[in-house]
Design a binder for this molecule. Structure first.
Ligand code: ARG
Length: 461
């Protein structure tokens, strides 16, 4: 195995043998944790400011650190910063460069701090920022659902149970079901943000530090809502990342259900909707194909986010207190969950906005499954028949209609009276799709007026 000179490592003092290249590559995280560079620098400057305020380092040291960090920021932003695998992770890369730029002040930055509380702080800041970008994307997706629901507030669609025509619903009502799911998803992310937004710095390696630090000052400077109250817990638990992945898994589950419906609705057998061509792809062999790739991929990516949740739960379950290197494995699943969810929300907001609806196809599908049978049973019940008897009578009427190859509304009055003698002319209004929809006018019902009311409430919320 090839080996590299160990003297360059900040921690090399007690080592007698250099690290092999394979071990170096195996243990380094800089290739994936460098994306937290902004958070790392923000947290370091806050830490240094506190050290100077408490008289632990000098004001001149703080000035040097601030100046050096400003330079590091420029170098990274302009892509001039040289990231080195030898320096293991984002923390040591930045600290080393700072020290090259400003000398001893750079070496004093790590006073009263460990990479253990440093990395825990960085991830929390990173996740908090990510949730803050993600929530507006979720809102945009929800708004796209509301806009389409408003346009289609009165458009009848077959509501399914067991994927068989059940009762008429409005397409707007159907879309609002997804709005509600996303609403709970947003609550979960907001809730997760609160628990993420606590400061680990001050815990140092695991036991705290001997310097007279001021953790509340650092917390305030970084916008944390509080500090982690136990140093061992602060450096070791990643439950906030697990919670985020759990919320993401639920969100993706909802997106996946919607995707499945979009795929079905686009199928020519249904033909209910079209999504814009830019969200579809063709086949390399079958010239006629237009495939719903985006919803299919979202459905597929759901599994990947579930995987990240399982990975993080498993990562934590066997770890004794406090920090263990296992925790370095928290980042890739978390980052990928963030990326997957953000991209999915972005693309869905656009895709929903580009949906065109084919109401004739929806009505046609509705005319085939006796969707208003329950309405007829309700009609008979209103006339005084016990519901179970009404159910039975309508069942027999459906059988007759099926034999004749017609819908319930196409049976003659005499025929209907054969099954239920009390039926009158006014039954035909009940048997229409629009009558069925309009009758469900209570809170949470599918009547167009209720859909519009729900949209108005949602827009206010
Ligand atoms: N790269 C490490 C991580 O992601 C930083 C903390 C390293 N601490 C340590 N004691 N080796 O967790």
């Amino acid at each position: 195995m090839s080996q590299s000179d160990s003297s360059q490592y900040t921690w090399a003092g007690r080592f007698s043998e250099p690290m092999s290249d394979l071990v170096k590559r195996y243990t380094a995280s800089v290739n994936f944790d460098r994306r937290m560079w902004r958070q790392d620098i923000r947290a370091s400057v806050a830490h240094a400011t506190m050290l100077a305020r408490q008289g632990i380092i000098s004001a001149a040291d703080l000035t040097d650190i601030e100046r050096g960090m400003a330079q590091v920021v420029r170098e990274i932003e302009e892509d001039r910063f040289v990231w080195s695998l030898d320096l293991e992770d984002v923390h040591l890369n930045i600290e080393k460069r700072l020290t090259t730029l400003v000398g001893d002040a750079g070496k004093r930055l790590h006073t009263g701090r460990s990479r253990n509380d440093q990395v825990a702080t960085d991830i929390r800041l990173y996740l908090r920022d990510a949730i803050d970008t993600l929530l507006p994307l979720l809102r945009k997706f929800q708004n796209a659902l509301l806009d389409l629901a408003e346009k289609e507030a009165a458009t009848p669609l077959p509501g399914f149970t067991h994927l068989q025509v059940a009762q008429p619903v409005t397409f707007g009502h159907h879309l609002l079901a997804y709005f509600e799911m996303m609403q709970r998803d947003a609550e979960r992310f907001t809730d997760c943000r609160r628990r993420t937004n606590r400061l680990p710095l001050g815990a140092a390696a695991l036991a705290g530090t001997t310097y007279p630090i001021d953790r509340h000052f650092v917390a305030q400077m970084l916008g944390f809502e509080g500090v982690c109250e136990n140093s061992l817990d602060a450096v070791s638990d990643r439950d906030f990342a697990i919670e985020f992945c759990a919320a993401s898994a639920l969100l993706m589950m909802h997106v996946s259900r919607l995707s499945e419906e979009l795929v079905l609705w686009m199928n020519p057998r249904f033909g209910f909707i079209r999504i814009a061509d830019r969200f579809c792809t063709g086949s390399s062999i079958m010239p006629q194909k237009k495939n719903p790739d985006v919803p299919e991929l979202a459905r597929g990516k759901t599994g990947r986010v579930y995987g990240h949740l399982t990975a993080l739960l498993t990562l934590m379950k066997g770890q004794p207190l406090a920090y263990n290197k296992d925790n370095q494995e928290d980042k890739e699943p978390l980052f990928d969950a963030i990326d997957t969810v953000s991209d999915t929300l972005r693309i869905f907001a656009e895709m929903i906005a580009g949906i065109t609806v084919n109401p004739e196809k929806m009505r046609e599908a509705l005319s085939q499954g006796f969707a208003t049978a329950t309405d007829l049973a309700d009609y008979l019940t209103r006339q005084g028949l016990p519901f179970r008897d009404a159910h039975e009578a309508v069942g027999r009427a459906v059988r007759r209609a099926e034999e004749l190859g017609v819908d319930l509304a196409q049976l003659s009055l005499a025929e209907l009276q054969h099954f239920a003698p009390t039926v009158d002319e006014d039954v035909f209004a009940v048997l229409t799709v629009d009558g069925s929809l309009a009758a469900r006018k209570h809170l949470g019902g599918t009547a167009p007026e209720q859909v519009l009311a729900a949209i108005a409430r949602a827009r206010r919320a």
